[in-house]
Ligand binder design. Sequence first.
Ligand code: F6R
Length: 614
Amino acid sequence: MCGIVGYIGKKQAYPILIKGLKRLEYRGYDSAGVAMIGECGELNVYKTKGKVDNLTEYCNDKDVSGCVGIAHTRWATHGEPSARNAHPHYSRSRNLAIIHNGIIENYADIKVRLQAEGVEFRSDTDTEVLVQLVEYIMEKKNLPLLEAVQVALHQVIGAYAIAILDRREPRQIVAARKQSPLVVGIGEDEFFLGSDASPIVEYTDRVVYLEDGNIALIRLDEELRVITILGEEQELKVKTVDIDLGQIEKGGYEHFMLKEIFEQPECLMNCMRGRINVEGNHVTLSAMIDHRQRLLGAKRIVMVACGTSWHAGLVGKQLFESLCGIPCEVEYASEFRYRNPVVTKDDVVIAISQSGETADTLAAVQLAKERGAFIYGVCNAIGSSIPRATDTGTYIHVGPEIGVASTKAFTGQVAVLSMLALCLAKERGSVSDEQYGEMVKELTLMPRKMELALKTNEQIRHLAPIFTYAKNCLYLGRGYNFPVALEGALKLKEISYIHAEGYPAAEMKHGPIALIDSEMPVFVIATHDHLYEKVISNIQEVRARGGRVTALVTEGDTRIQKYADHVVTLPDTLECFQPLLASIPLQLLAYHIAVCKGKDVDRPRNLAKSVTVE
Ligand code: F6R
């Protein structure tokens, strides 16, 4: 989820590049860098850890002259956030510099091959492998940059948006894309490059969105050329953008939260990439390979987390218990750290955190560590404090989450916990091969099913105004859908400031049923699972007391509409994966209700994205 900017023209590149990086900082901000071909033909690369402001401070006394340059703001995937791993990366001779957004999956194989040929590496990134490969091909086959890039991209598996400078060709940028966005802006005697149009629109409204497999040859005083990696010339499809700057930083969405809700299918693909094989029948997690004995020897799993991450843990508990037969507890990190919990060296403690910086979760990790437990992190922010404090872990790889209300992190966490449970269950022999195969296959279908779940957006947008009057709402679910009810209620509370409770549907009659009247909306997750009939009875209990029910149901359901005021339909899936789908309409519901109420969705009052204080 890094940000890419480029400029070639008659103006000084540096100020344009820096401004562009700031616009793209939402895409990642663990490090940043620029490369410019200076007035005397030298290729200068400057990069620093941290935000773009650190980079500008660092560049204060540097030669930043030149009318051609590329720049990058990073969200680390391979290699910790550091100046060394920041982009741009030089090739061995320092004639080339590259920036990259995406993941080169077969980088390790290519690296070994190049190392055997004597190529030395200066970083831990997958990106450097690509620039070294391009240079190697240029030298070995005596090819110009464009052709060498074509050959190199044939050897690469993965996703990329790249831009490359060649010191010996100071009037040119070569850029390419596959599965990561890249836009070329066409100005008067100048060109721009961006991960999205936000760094471009202030200079020109004429843009070309590169398609997968396209390479752009951007040369000063020449027409822009777009060629496929097979060498076929493409017709230029120049589009006019008419977007307000404030909006495009959110990729055209009104709020980061909505953007992140809609990113979930892509996030899930990123989360599973390289972990579920292409045949879709096997899951591998590197933590499971490196720490097999320790993980298989777990007598108990304890999950520590806060907020939404704690809800993901509740889904994980059901997976670990039902698939692996391992006793499992889910603890609020803030309670765990101040109790005297029984934790032993036979326990595996899983710390779940989007930011990787939540103070209570970090403290819980430290306590569990002191008591000898093995610590496993499930985090999003690469190189953050919790992953650094753990023995091993799995990143969820959903990209930076900027909206304060967590959305895509929840589904990423559930996906990682599902993959971990499947790995453990397979190794322990607690699932049949058939069940394992069916579950892995179903996970691979989830991004498509999430897209279908997102199609509920319009219906929910229309329903939302009905609920803005509410002072209290009740969310009911059972089994795997109970944590979904909790999560739905939390989302509503956070951004619309309506009080909401998540409850196990059958517990309602032990208290909350007293609250039910026609003024309190009740949202019931009633998808097809082994508790379906029981949930129907719970809906009837609500109806009998004048309650107004909105139900999430599985496609093809014909019964619940008889009892519910509104029905929202979701694709069918296995019971254990229902949270991955059912959470989506509830995220949308909270979002649209908050928008209807005129609330500041991305910056809800009193909340912070990363809770680094207890
Ligand atoms: C809810 C939300 C919070 C976080 C909680 C934990 O939308 O964002 O409840 O889930 O503060 O944060 P992380 O996951 O960063 O540890």
